[in-house]
Every structure is written in structure tokens, then in C-alpha cells.
Design a protein around this ligand. Structure first.
Ligand SMILES: O=C(O)CCC(=O)C(=O)O
Ligand SMILES: [Fe+2]
Length: 274
């Protein structure tokens, strides 16, 4: 795993709001990640979020969004191998350094497997969906297959994280829904980010991004993890929080429950074990 982050990479990330790390995983590691993700996704069945097997809202249906990608969230919570991969403090250190924060907690992981002929991923920001607001939230996106212009690689609008607020749109049928909120971005040029399998990107939680349609009969699998800066506070949204935890929270509470949001790296406690 290529986990060293240089000063130039940090500058690049802060300027553009995203950064690509080619050949992040070795071939052997890529095989381990693919097997773990495939196994965890198969074991989850049709339930999108861990722990919500009984909740109709979290079951995969047959709407437009269900054909954007197969989305399975918090695999780290119900699959041992995924837990081992996700709580890796090396990932936490990379995210911490790029974001320029003191420590990082897992917000949620997700497998995002764009199926053959899958719909495009509409333009959106990530962090406004989540239960905390931070301009320093960050995600890793690991390509498990080659992500190409043909099968739905990511696209970014560089620098938009420096202008964004926490207003957002759903990932719905309108590819351009985000530009009704941020009309000033509608004339910007998008940057496609094709990646070889095993490469990864990091992106800021409020940089505008989306992905193309899958115009091929093959899969475009990706494993992602969203990170919350340590010390972030609850903003009133439930998002992926379990009912029991959510109902006890008040706006302004620090989200520091290690079972829900494990601290995987902190500059003062670099060897956190969960
Ligand atoms: O994989 C995709 O199509 C979209 C990924 C994305 O939006 C994310 O990782 O935040
Ligand atoms: Fe996203």
C-alpha cells in the first residue's frame, strides 16, 4: 500500500479538492480487497445499511437510484475482513494529513459498484448528507476495477470545495441538479478521473463530483470510506446513525462514540486500536 503523502500532494489536494494516488494497492492487496468487498456485499443481501435488515427504507428497490450503483454501507460493521481493512491507521494517517486535521473517525464506508449499464452518478457534494458539517471531511475511493470513461469513472469540478456551502441536492434523475443550487458552477469544465484497478482518489466532502454512466456490460466496482474529523459535532441529521444513538443526541453534541465512529488515527494517539 502506497501510504506516504508528500507536501506537494497535500497542496494539490487543498487546491483542487481531490487527489489521485496511482497504484495505491499492490496486485496482491487488490485481490484481498476485491474478495473482501465481494464477500461482504454478497453477505449483506439487499440491505443497504448495516443493522437495518428490518427497515424497508434501507432495502434496495428498483428505482433510478438503485441503478446508479449497488450501494452497501458500513461493511466494516458486519464483516470482519472489511473491518480489518477499514480501521487501518495508515488510511487514517493519509486522510488526517490531507485534511489538515488532528484525527479522523470513520463516518461510513460504502461499496459503490456501478452495475453494467448503470445510470450516471449525479453531481453532488457529500458532507451535507451527513450528521455533522465540516469543510475538512474527506473520502477515499478505491478502484476495484479499472474505472474508465466508458464504465463510469469519477468526475470533479476542481476548487469547488472552496466556494461550497452545505447546500446540496439528492443524487436523483437530474444529472445537473446541483447546478440549480450552485448556478455559478454550470459553466465550469469537469475533470474526468479514470483510474486503474488498485489506484485510489481522495476527495473533499464539499467538492462537486459525480460519475458517468456505465456504457459497458461489465462492472465498475469501488470501495470507499468517508471520514469525519475528530471533534465534529452533531447537526441534527440522522443519515446512517442507528435510531437508539440518534434519539439520544442533541445538536452540538460531539460525535465521539467509538463503536459507531471509530477513531482510526490521531496525531496524539497514532496507534489507536479499536
Ligand atoms: O462511485 C460513484 O459513482 C460516486 C462516488 C461518490 O460520490 C463518492 O465516493 O463520494
Ligand atoms: Fe459522493
Amino acid at each position: 500500500m502506497k501510504t506516504e503523502i508528500t507536501k506537494a500532494q497535500i497542496e494539490d489536494y487543498r487546491e483542487n479538492g481531490f487527489l489521485v494516488i496511482p497504484d495505491f494497492l499492490t496486485l496482491e492487496e487488490l485481490t484481498v480487497w476485491r474478495d473482501a468487498v465481494d464477500d461482504a456485499v454478497a453477505a449483506r443481501g439487499r440491505t443497504k445499511l448495516a443493522g437495518r435488515e428490518q427497515d424497508a427504507e434501507w432495502q434496495e428497490g428498483d428505482g433510478y437510484y438503485d441503478r446508479v450503483f449497488i450501494q452497501r454501507i458500513n461493511l466494516w460493521q458486519d464483516h470482519d475482513k472489511m473491518r480489518q481493512l477499514m480501521i487501518d491507521d495508515r488510511l487514517g494517517k493519509m486522510a488526517t494529513e490531507l485534511a489538515g486535521v488532528e484525527g479522523i473517525r470513520i463516518w461510513h464506508d460504502q461499496a459503490l459498484n456501478k452495475q453494467p449499464w448503470g445510470n450516471p452518478t449525479g453531481w453532488h457534494l457529500d458532507n451535507p448528507y451527513w450528521s455533522f458539517h465540516s469543510k475538512d471531511a474527506i473520502s477515499i475511493w478505491v478502484a476495484l476495477d479499472d474505472a474508465t470513461l466508458e464504465n463510469g469513472c469519477l468526475y470533479f469540478l476542481p476548487g469547488t470545495h472552496r466556494e461550497a456551502t452545505f447546500e446540496n441536492t439528492e443524487i436523483g434523475e437530474r444529472l445537473d441538479g446541483l447546478f440549480t443550487v450552485y448556478p455559478q458552477w454550470a459553466t465550469k469544465q469537469a475533470v474526468p478521473v479514470p483510474m486503474k484497478a488498485g489506484s485510489c482518489s481522495f476527495h473533499n466532502g464539499i467538492v462537486a463530483h459525480g460519475a458517468g454512466a456505465n456504457m459497458t456490460p461489465g462492472w465498475r466496482r469501488a470501495m470507499t470510506c468517508a471520514y469525519m474529523p475528530d471533534g465534529s459535532i452533531f447537526n441534527g441529521k440522522q443519515n446512517v446513525l442507528p435510531d437508539a444513538y440518534f434519539s439520544g443526541l442533541e445538536i452540538g453534541d460531539v460525535l465521539d462514540d467509538d463503536d459507531q465512529n471509530p477513531l482510526i488515527y490521531h496525531v496524539n494517539k497514532p496507534y489507536v486500536t479499536v
